[in-house]
Every structure is written in structure tokens, then in C-alpha cells.
Design a protein around this ligand. Structure first.
Ligand SMILES: CC/C=C\C/C=C\C/C=C\C/C=C\C=C\C(=O)SCCNC(=O)CCNC(=O)[C@H](O)C(C)(C)COP(=O)(O)OP(=O)(O)OC[C@H]1O[C@@H](n2cnc3c(N)ncnc32)[C@H](O)[C@@H]1OP(=O)(O)O
Ligand SMILES: Cc1cc2nc3c(=O)[nH]c(=O)nc-3n(C[C@H](O)[C@H](O)[C@H](O)COP(=O)(O)OP(=O)(O)OC[C@H]3O[C@@H](n4cnc5c(N)ncnc54)[C@H](O)[C@@H]3O)c2cc1C
Length: 638
């Protein structure tokens, strides 16, 4: 192209000068981020496989109608499955492939909730019957719990499951409009089966909410079965975004299922109509939600790191103001305001990665204990998964929006990848439990812990977190000390719950740094990021910390000075720290975040591909614009 300067030529790494500043071994950090050499190998190999296959292209999504978008998602899901089968990918590789395809689809719920629900709440016999069908995708499942009238309040669900001892069946029914199942992903147009949650009624007596496997559609022609009314709930936030998913509505009209399709690991109904509650906490029926909440924390680190990668690379490319004697303008990443907004998000991405690793261990540990009927850590596991899901998704949704703003006007273009990332991510603050409702669960756990243990919530925390621990105890004492009910104090208790979760994230980051971490300069970089995360939160909530008396205003001022110094330490390593996420340009889906930093030619080229530019004179000119210009005002034909 004429007039293209060297700085805009393709094939040149426009961020090479930034990459050369790195003070640590980026390849070693890639392995830390991935979790292990094996995990890095799988991620690297599968992400490149997806990026190189035109069958997984996603740059055209914003130009498709809802029906075209959905059909394209079905095509991709089928193509992904064929790829998995043809290449004989392992379960781990298959999960990575679905992750890098990066499109909300019915498969998320089939693999992410339907199968875990059967594994967690089905008997051995039920697992042996249903899991092989599900693993081979000979049935496609969804998780149908939420209703039009109830989502947070699971015990308020209205769908009924009435046992008929004459026929040894359950009758599944939607007694009211508000009992219609509403929101389940994959339900609207694809799922052939559901795990449906309903109020169990045996012999006229209610036994609370239980899960049931219900077939919804014929495996011959996909038509809804007798008594099943099912469809999509309509367009959702954003244009492309989550509209690739058929969140559905479902009504049951006295649908009969065999007794052995009630998930019976936690409770049973005998053929004589006798209800048996195993000696396990009834909350195990919520087990699938706990499982997904811990995966969502890991997902948060992925989503936030994507946004931070885009904003960091673009901040290094973008120059604005500051030219000296006709020299280059200043890179916006060098402005202290840009650093004070961006680098805490970079630190948070790493913090959430490590807390996600720990939560995965905690979930595996509690699951192992449940096998031995050891329920001692179940309350803590519930509080941690609920609280950390709430904390990380709120921070990530806010962080993605901040990254969009950090990219100025170009961040608002679809080609930046940020609007779509935000629109797809933001419901994470709602699904798998509204974030406030989940924090109330944490507050309830803290109240019980304080009442059982006295003021000390826990002494099991690294020394560096004393201020954080004191803050939680202070916030709890301020609330528990006064004689007012939980509901009256709930807004304050939620703040204490957030403080408690922040304490966990900081302490687990510190514990991570106590491990052996190979690679030149890697541990040092992580120490800087850990200090940024901890001091940023201390600065943001300094009112809490000052009121506890464990820090003075002088300490607060010193902490702020230290933050600025830490930002300066990150600055030369910023591009390398986001390179360590090892995202392909395909997965990032962002011109602003492209690896080579050659942004402007790509932005310019992308603009002309918009359908609006197929003609230089827009459709509608002659009917609407020309009359205006020629002052020939006519009644425009509707
Ligand atoms: C790689 C990706 C893989 C998978 C991804 C797939 C999907 C995720 C991606 C996209 C999203 C797509 C789908 C989204 C799906 C959904 O949204 S599914 C529906 C989610 N719905 C909810 O989360 C509902 C939230 N509500 C609840 O959980 C409960 O109603 C409640 C708020 C916890 C209240 O329950 P309840 O009224 O029964 O109990 P309480 O009276 O409040 O408490 C009684 C005691 O029980 C303890 N408790 C409560 N819950 C649990 C639990 N889960 N585990 C253990 N213990 C629990 C509670 O602490 C009380 O204890 P006590 O104080 O000692 O009495
Ligand atoms: C994209 C998406 C996908 C989903 N996929 C599925 C799925 O596959 N399967 C499924 O079963 N469900 C699914 N859901 C539903 C989701 O789980 C629910 O929307 C979620 O649990 C919140 O419940 P709700 O909608 O009833 O919100 P509500 O609880 O009605 O929340 C509304 C407001 O009330 C507040 N509130 C509610 N209770 C209290 C309280 N006790 N104290 C204080 N404040 C309170 C909340 O904080 C919130 O501000 C999905 C939802 C979305 C958005």
C-alpha cells in the first residue's frame, strides 16, 4: 500500500522492543501460568490446532443474524466433536479444544453440568446407564433448575415430581406459569435430556427439591415428546455474545418417567413409595453448582487475562501526546494513570489463576472426603466456592470493561474483541448463583465461625496477611457485636464476606510463592504482582484497614508509594507477562491485542470488510437522504 511506513509493514514484530526489555524467562512463566509442562503442552498444541483450522473461524460472527449465528454454532460444535473423534483426543484435550473454540454452546452444559450432575448425584447403576450415552453424545443434556419465578431460591422451585406407586413412575409437572423452567443453556433447541429439579412428593408428602433425568425430545426426529413444551427464551445482552446459546423455556404437562430416573445417590424412593434420606447433608443435591463455581473461578482468570493482554499490548502500541522536538509521542503505557488502572488487573489475573488452582484442589479434597462420608470441610468448601466465584467474576467483569476504556475509542470497536468478551462474560456474575446471594452464604458461614471460634476467624494464614485478617475480624465484630438481625446487617456483612475472600486470594498467592518456582526471574515477577494485588486492595479499602488500627495513615501513604514503585518494576516486563498467557491471535480475537502489534493497518483493513461498505452510496440514500438534501420532503414509504 502506498505511503506505508516501515512501522506499518506486515511480518514485523512491532512489540519486539518491548519483548527485549523482559527481565525473566517467559517460557518458564508460560508453564507457571499453564500449571505444569504437560498442561502447557496440551494448551499450546490444541490452541494452535484450533487457530489453524478455518472450520473454527469466528471473525464473521458480528455480521450474522441470530438464526445464522446459532446454526453456525451447531456446525462448529459438530465439527469440534468430529475433530475430537477423528484425532482421538483425550478428555483433557477435548475440553481444551472446546475452550479454544471460544463460543458458548450447548456442549458447555452437556459436559459442564449434565454429566457432572449424574456423576455427583447418580447411583453407580444410574452412572453406568447414562454416562456412556452422554460421553458418546448419543444423548445431549442440559441442567434445568432455574424457573421463570425462581432462580436463587432453589427451595422455592415449583415444578413437581409426584411418585405414582401404581406404575412405579414419577409424574413431572409445571403447575404454574412461574414454574416453567427458564434459562437452562442448551434447552431451547438442542438438548434431548435434562436434569430437571423438582419438588419431590411421595404419598402426599413433600421432600424438597431433587434432580430427575427427563427425556425431552425424540432421538429419532428431535420433536418434543408428549407433555413437553420447549423453546428458546429470546435474544440476550449484546449482538453475537451469548446468543450462540439456546437458553430455553420448558413446561411439563404430567410427564411420566421411570422411578429409576430420580438421581438417588443422596436420597431414594423405593418401589413401595418409601422415601429414604441417606445420612448425608441434603445440600449435596447442590453439588453440581459447587463443582461449576470452582471451574468459574479458573474461567475468570482466563477471561481477565484475555482482556489484560489486549489492553497491555495496545497500551504499548498506542502513542498519544508527549512528542519532544518532533520525536515519537509517548506510549500510553508509560502514563502513571494508565499503569495504576492496568497493572492491578494484570496482577489480579495471576492472583485468580492461583486461587483457581487452589480451589480445584479444595474441591477435589472435599469430594474425596465425601466418598468416606466425611462432611467436615463441606461448609468451608461451599463458602469458598461461593465467595470466590462471586469475588472473581465481579472483579473480572469490571476489569474487562476497564480494559475496554483503557483502549480509548478503538476499544469500543467489535474488532477489538473487548465488547464481545464483556457481553459473553458478564452473566457470570449471575449464573451459578447471583453474586450477592452467594456472598450472603459466605456471611452466614462467617457468622457461624465467629460464634464458634470467638473472634479469631483463623490463625492459618501467612504472616503477610495479618492486616487482611484483622480487617475481616474487625468488620465482623462491628456487625456481630450489635443486636440486630442478619437481614438488617446483610449489606454490611456482605462487605465482610468480600474482605474474607480477598484475604483468601492474598494468602494463597503468598503460599504459591513459597513453592519452588523455576525460571530466571519468574518468582521475582510473581512477587511483584502479589505485592501489587495486596497493596492495591489495601489502598482501595484503606478506610477498613485504618479503622482496624493495624495500619496508620503513614503506613497507607507508604503503601501507595510502594505501589508506584512496583508499577515501575512491572513496566519493562508488562508485554512479556501477557505473552506468558500464550494466547493465539485467533483466541484473542482482537486487532488491538494482536501479537505483532501491527494494529493500524489491520484496523483499517477490517473496516472495509463491514457489509455497510459493500456500496459507497448506502442503501436508503435515494429514498431518505436525497429528498432531504434536495428539500423534496415526501412521505417515506414504511
Ligand atoms: C469449563 C467450563 C465447565 C463448566 C462450565 C459450564 C457452565 C458454566 C458456564 C456457563 C454458565 C452456564 C450455565 C449456568 C448454570 C446455572 O446457573 S445453574 C443454576 C444456578 N443456580 C444457583 O446457583 C442457585 C443459587 N441458590 C443456591 O445455591 C441456594 O438456593 C442457596 C442460596 C445456597 C440457599 O439454599 P437453601 O435455601 O437450601 O439453604 P440455606 O437455608 O441458605 O442454607 C442451609 C444450609 O445449607 C448450607 N448450604 C447451602 N448451599 C450449600 C452447598 N451448595 N453446599 C454445601 N452446603 C450448602 C448453608 O451453608 C446452610 O448451612 P448452615 O448455615 O450450617 O445451616
Ligand atoms: C447466561 C445465563 C445462563 C444460565 N444458565 C442456566 C442453566 O443452564 N441452568 C439453570 O438452571 N439456570 C441457568 N441460569 C439461571 C441462573 O442460575 C439464575 O439467573 C441465577 O441463579 C440468579 O437467579 P435469579 O435469576 O432468580 O435472580 P434473583 O435471585 O431473582 O436476583 C434478582 C436480584 O435479587 C437479589 N436477591 C435475591 N435473593 C436475595 C436475598 N435473599 N437477599 C438479598 N438479595 C437477594 C439478587 O441479589 C439480585 O440483585 C442462567 C442464567 C444466565 C444469565
Amino acid at each position: 500500500m502506498e505511503g506505508v511506513g516501515e512501522e506499518e509493514m506486515e511480518g514485523v514484530d512491532h512489540l519486539a522492543h518491548e519483548r527485549n526489555k523482559s527481565e525473566f524467562d517467559v517460557d518458564a512463566m508460560k508453564i507457571v501460568w499453564a500449571g505444569s509442562p504437560h498442561a502447557f503442552d496440551v494448551s499450546d498444541r490444541i490452541s494452535k490446532l484450533v487457530a489453524s483450522d478455518p472450520g473454527f473461524r469466528k471473525d464473521n460472527r458480528s455480521t450474522l443474524s441470530r438464526k445464522e449465528l446459532f446454526k453456525n454454532t451447531l456446525r462448529k460444535a459438530a465439527y469440534a466433536w468430529k475433530t475430537i473423534v477423528d484425532l482421538r483426543l483425550s478428555e483433557e484435550e477435548a475440553a481444551k479444544l472446546r475452550f479454544y473454540v471460544d463460543e458458548p454452546a450447548f456442549t458447555d452444559l452437556h459436559w459442564g453440568m449434565f454429566i457432572p450432575a449424574i456423576k455427583g448425584q447418580g447411583t453407580e447403576e444410574q452412572q453406568q446407564k447414562w454416562l456412556p450415552l452422554a460421553y458418546k453424545m448419543q444423548i445431549i443434556g442440559c441442567y434445568a433448575q432455574t424457573e421463570l419465578g425462581h432462580g436463587s431460591n432453589v427451595q422455592g422451585l415449583e415444578t413437581t415430581a409426584t411418585f405414582d406407586s401404581q406404575t412405579d413412575e414419577f409424574i413431572i409437572h409445571s403447575p404454574t406459569l412461574t414454574s416453567s423452567k427458564w434459562w437452562p443453556g442448551g434447552l431451547g433447541k438442542v438438548a434431548t435430556h435434562a436434569i430437571a429439579y423438582a419438588r419431590l412428593i411421595v404419598g402426599g408428602r413433600e421432600h424438597g427439591v431433587h434432580g430427575f433425568i427427563v427425556q425431552l425430545r425424540s432421538l429419532e426426529d428431535h420433536s418434543p415428546l408428549l407433555g413437553i413444551t420447549v423453546g428458546d427464551i429470546g435474544m440476550k445482552f449484546g449482538n453475537g455474545a451469548y446468543n450462540t446459546m439456546d437458553n430455553g423455556v420448558l413446561q411439563f404437562d404430567h410427564v411420566r418417567i421411570p422411578r429409576n430416573q430420580m438421581l438417588m445417590r443422596v436420597s431414594q424412593v423405593t418401589c413401595e413409595g418409601k422415601y429414604k434420606q441417606s445420612d448425608v447433608p441434603r445440600q449435596l443435591v447442590y453439588g453440581t453448582m459447587v463443582y461449576v463455581r470452582q471451574t468459574i473461578v479458573a474461567d475468570a482468570s482466563c477471561a481477565l487475562s484475555r482482556a489484560v493482554c489486549i489492553a497491555t499490548r495496545y497500551s504499548a502500541v498506542r502513542r498519544q501526546f508527549g512528542s519532544q522536538n518532533g520525536g515519537p509521542e509517548t506510549q500510553v503505557i508509560d502514563y502513571k494513570t494508565q499503569q495504576s488502572r492496568l497493572f492491578p488487573l494484570l496482577a489480579s489475573a495471576y492472583a485468580f489463576r492461583f486461587i483457581g488452582e487452589w480451589l480445584k484442589w479444595l474441591y477435589a479434597d472435599v469430594t474425596q472426603r465425601l466418598q468416606a462420608n466425611d462432611f467436615s470441610t463441606l461448609p468451608e468448601a461451599h463458602a469458598c466456592t461461593a465467595g470466590l466465584k462471586s469475588l472473581t467474576t465481579t472483579a473480572t467483569a469490571d476489569g474487562i470493561e476497564e480494559c475496554r476504556k483503557l483502549c480509548g475509542g478503538h476499544g469500543y470497536l467489535c474488532s477489538s474483541g473487548l465488547p464481545e468478551l464483556f457481553a459473553v462474560y458478564v452473566p457470570a456474575c449471575t449464573y451459578e448463583g447471583d453474586n450477592t446471594v452467594l456472598l450472603l452464604q459466605v456471611a452466614r458461614f462467617l457468622m457461624k465461625t465467629v460464634s464458634q471460634l470467638g473472634s479469631r476467624l483463623s490463625s492459618k494464614k501467612p504472616v503477610g496477611t495479618i492486616a487482611y485478617m484483622t480487617r475481616v475480624e474487625h468488620l465482623m465484630q462491628c456487625r456481630c457485636g450489635v443486636q440486630r438481625g442478619f437481614a438488617e446487617l446483610s449489606a454490611d456483612l456482605v462487605e465482610a464476606a468480600v474482605a474474607h475472600c480477598q484475604l483468601i486470594v492474598v494468602s494463597k498467592f503468598i503460599e504459591k510463592l513459597q513453592q519452588e518456582i523455576p525460571g530466571k526471574g519468574v518468582k521475582q515477577q510473581l512477587e511483584v504482582l502479589c505485592n501489587i494485588y495486596a497493596l492495591f486492595l489495601l489502598h482501595k479499602h484503606q478506610g477498613d484497614f485504618l479503622s482496624t488500627g493495624c495500619i496508620t495513615p503513614k503506613h497507607a501513604a507508604l503503601a501507595n508509594d510502594e505501589l508506584r514503585s512496583l508499577y515501575s518494576q512491572v513496566r519493562p516486563n508488562a508485554i512479556a507477562l501477557v505473552d506468558a498467557f500464550n494466547y493465539t491471535d485467533h483466541y484473542l480475537g482482537s486487532i488491538l491485542g494482536c501479537y505483532d502489534g501491527n494494529v493500524y493497518p489491520k484496523l483499517y483493513e477490517a473496516a472495509w470488510k463491514d457489509p455497510l461498505n459493500e456500496s459507497v452510496v448506502p442503501d436508503g440514500y435515494h429514498l431518505y437522504i436525497r429528498p432531504l438534501l434536495k428539500q423534496e420532503i415526501r412521505t417515506a414509504r414504511l
